[in-house]
Write a protein that binds this ligand. Structure first.
Ligand code: NAD
Length: 256
């Protein structure tokens, strides 16, 4: 129970990686707030956790909406008394070559990944500073926080940007014992990735099998997908780490 009685708000936790982190955090003793655009799915995820003996609640949150973010964090603090951990995880993927892409989609991608990270960080830091107990802020970066792929200009740009934000949070947060880290997973088979397998096959004019083997897993050390469990374990480790020594860092399996 390494996160016993810690309060964690996880954005985008109604599905995929965020949901797995919510489940693992609850098992580790945390009270979990599932913040998602998809409220019904968020409620279902919270119910699943509560039924299996954990403690969770759902809040409606579009991470690009300032008022909804502030309210979601305030509701979490009102329900569970404090906020110790923020996982900024909500994200989407839109693939297109730059020359065929639209400004609208560019802005949408940057808003969800960067405005969302900024707004949740600001609200969480304010709550953590007020409580005076420190805290841990974890961003869901990606292998694309370090590497580039064709067809993913806004995603790669945003995921690189999260590293900059995390470094600033590490510096500004240090005096209040607020740590920040970025988890940078390789490809994980969630709905976000399942959707892009046929899309990439079409764009690159190759089979779906080749998208998996020759694009997604090509540069990994072992030819394997990362799993939601791999990411969730990393998120537990980072949030439970007892000192300020791990801050401003980037963690996870990635290609060499
Ligand atoms: P997913 O599609 O399974 O889950 C994403 C969740 O985010 C959904 O529940 C969705 O409703 C929510 N969401 C989307 N837009 C939102 C918004 N504006 N406000 C609030 N919630 C919103 O995807 P996933 O693969 O679990 O992705 C989670 C994060 O992990 C993303 O940031 C993604 O970029 C990152 N990531 C994924 C992979 C991968 O291979 N799947 C690898 C590295 C990083």
């Amino acid at each position: 129970m390494v996160l016993k009685d810690k309060v964690a708000l996880i954005t985008g936790a109604a599905s995929g990686i965020g949901k797995e982190i919510a489940i693992e955090y609850a098992k580790a003793g945390a009270k979990v707030v599932i913040a998602d655009l998809a409220l019904d799915a968020a409620k279902a995820a919270a119910e699943e956790i509560n039924k299996s003996g954990g403690t969770a609640m759902a809040v409606a949150m579009n991470v690009v909406d300032e008022a909804q973010v502030d309210k979601g964090i305030a509701d979490a603090v009102a329900a569970y008394g404090t906020l110790d951990i923020l996982i900024s995880n909500a994200g989407i993927q839109i693939i297109a070559p730059i020359v065929d892409s639209t400004l609208e989609n560019w802005r949408k991608m940057l808003a969800i990944h960067l405005d969302g990270a900024y707004l949740t960080t600001r609200a969480a830091m304010r709550a953590m500073i007020k409580a005076g107990k420190g805290g841990s802020i974890i961003y869901m970066g990606s292998v694309h926080s370090h590497e580039a792929s064709p067809l993913k200009a806004p995603y790669v740009t945003a995921k690189h940007g999260l590293i900059g934000l995390a470094k600033v949070v590490a510096k500004e947060g240090a005096k209040d014992k607020i740590r920040s880290n970025v988890i940078c997973p390789g490809f994980v088979r969630t709905p976000l990735v399942e959707k892009q397998i046929p899309e990439q096959a079409r764009e690159l004019n190759i089979s779906e099998e080749d998208v998996i083997k020759k694009v997604m897993l090509k540069d990994t050390v072992d030819g394997e997908f990362t799993t939601t469990a791999d990411v969730a374990q990393t998120a537990v480790f980072l949030a439970a780490f007892p000192t300020n020594a791990l801050t401003g860092g980037r963690w996870m399996k990635r290609p060499p």
